[in-house]
Ligand binder design. Structure first.
Ligand code: SF4
Length: 237
């Protein structure tokens, strides 16, 4: 069992909070035992398609400005603050914000024309899923904590399904679903989720039974690790 000290600082992110909400042990493993992750071909294909769909969504917003995390994330935070102040009428890709130790990069931040911003999360699915609401709520919670006026939240998802084995990105079309109201209940518990995740990663490896959550909403990359560990006698863990 790995002993950890509370002095070690770990930065959280939208995807880390999503991992924690999926399974606290998964987040612990992503931070402390990344080398144990095993991604199957389906998952890797899903990542590739997600990147392609994200790039396509950006192409359809020609006046958007990309925030690069170069040379580091601090530069992205500063560039975002500068764009919000100096380019209030241009959409921003990967706008970067940090609230306490939680870092997020918003897929698309679009001016609402009245001094506020709409947060748009691009997803390679044809319908909105509950975990996507939690993801977007994390982003909005962080942005609000940074003083950004977020007046709307949208999932930009696929208007029609695509062929996962041979996706034709030129045929991809999007549809926006307004989730400004549905994310409210997730916004209320973001601080508590972040606090629980922080606590979990500073402790020893979490012992949790495997179950259906290992397959849904995603196939977890640590199934091999958890299966091996489940088969160990308690004293050997
Ligand atoms: S395999 Fe299951 S129990 Fe293990 S980290 Fe993944 S989701 Fe959690």
């Amino acid at each position: 069992m790995t002993a950890l000290t509370s002095e070690v600082l770990y930065r959280l992110s939208k995807s880390k909070l999503a991992s924690f909400e999926h399974c606290p042990k998964r987040l612990w493993l992503q931070i402390h035992r990344r080398e144990e992750a095993r991604f199957d071909p389906d998952t890797l294909a899903r990542f590739r398609i997600g990147h392609g769909v994200g790039a396509k969504a950006q192409q359809l917003v020609p006046d958007g400005i990309m925030v690069e995390a170069v040379p580091d994330i601090q530069a992205a935070l500063e560039r975002t603050a500068s764009l919000l102040a100096n380019e209030p009428s241009r959409p921003i890709f990967e706008a970067t914000f940090q609230r306490e130790d939680v870092l997020v990069r918003a897929d698309i931040l679009e001016p609402d024309g009245q001094g506020g911003w709409r947060a748009i999360e691009v997803k390679a699915s044809t319908r909105v899923k509950p975990y996507q609401l939690a993801d977007l709520a994390t982003q909005v919670w962080v942005m609000q904590g940074c003083g950004v006026s977020v007046t709307g939240a949208f999932i930009r998802h696929l208007a029609e399904s695509i062929m996962w084995t041979r996706p034709d990105m030129s045929a991809v079309r999007f549809r926006d679903t307004d989730v400004t109201l549905p994310i409210r209940r997730y916004l209320e518990n973001r601080a508590a989720v972040a606090a629980a995740a922080r606590k979990a990663i500073r402790g020893p490896e979490i012992e949790l039974e495997m179950g259906r959550h290992c397959q849904s909403p995603f196939k977890c990359e640590f199934q091999e690790h958890c299966t091996k560990r489940r088969d160990l006698p308690l004293l050997a863990r």
